[in-house]
Design a protein around this ligand. Sequence first.
Ligand SMILES: C[S@@+](CC[C@H](N)C(=O)[O-])C[C@H]1O[C@@H](n2cnc3c(N)ncnc32)[C@H](O)[C@@H]1O
Length: 349
Amino acid sequence: MIKYLGSKRTLVPLLTQLAVSSGAKTALDLFTGTTRVARGFKENGLYVTAVDTASYSQVFAKTWIELDKSKCDQRELVDALAFLSAVKPQAGYFTKAFCEDARYFQPKNGERVDAMRDAIEQNYRSTWLFEPLLASLILAADRVDSTTGIQMAYLKQWASRANNPLELQDPGLIDGAGRAILGDALEVVKQLDSVDLAYLDPPYNQHRYFANYHIWETLVRWDAPQSYGIANKREDVRTDVNRSPFNSKPNMAPALGQLINDVRAETIVLSYNNESWLDREQLIEMCRSKGEVRVIDVSFRRYIGGQIGVFNRQGVRVGQPGAKRNTEHVVIAGPKAIVQRMHEAAQSA
Ligand SMILES: C[S@@+](CC[C@H](N)C(=O)[O-])C[C@H]1O[C@@H](n2cnc3c(N)ncnc32)[C@H](O)[C@@H]1O
């Protein structure tokens, strides 16, 4: 399970139950991130289209949503993982940038990442194995990183897991068809056919995923970018290229309103955090155009950084810890009979 800010890991059972009780056969996950929610839908027999702007998310969506396990030769995957696990460690860009100039990983693991990533490029680029192998490498690197789960900084002292050897594991493909789209949700929805259910989980604040997970972007793109600052972020993190209106306070509400308006879905499910820019009433108002609206409030464990407080570069606490939990508003909107059924199913669970 990759560490990912805003991941809906604990909401997956509820969201899956909502999708199943709606009777949906097709679904759209417009901000798919780790693809956890999309996977939950797919495992319950829905045809899912997963969308995100992040390159690593596209790798996850190709692996778990687009690939149909029943049509893949598992032996090829197992053999490729064994081949990569045996490649000779070799320091390259990754080791220099993320183990020496910055200390996100131990060099012994960085050298393995470099060698494995080069081998994936050379041997598997235009095969079906490319994405599952990359997904496996990202997950393996995540298990031995030295961060709190975002890549804006690394820990002052090595996390104990960073000492473990990096190990590739089978990413575990899922039976069934699906679709992965790399793109801006606002643009993509205009091109897509109507679906039964759309799930919307936009970013909640000004912190961009492109900056928070710049190492995964670089590992996927493998473009050896110029970097800057102590966190050694990609040079293009400071440009406007990858900015999302969902990370801007003035642009967020119009963008979400536009998306709700444009998405062709019978029912929508929107999750949004109570510490963010839009409150419960505003969310309800925004969704009214879809029909009946119900809200389920779920208590949620906050991101660890928010719990321990804010520290400066010398490791001195400069901000107070916040609450340990916050509330996730899960807003359901659509035809009255369907929304009522979904709401009742959630209440009786
Ligand atoms: C709150 S996270 C989603 C988490 C996801 N539901 C999960 O459980 O892993 C928001 C996601 O939106 C993506 N994103 C930001 N702006 C976007 C846009 N304009 N279109 C599509 N995806 C976007 C980010 O890359 C990030 O993965």
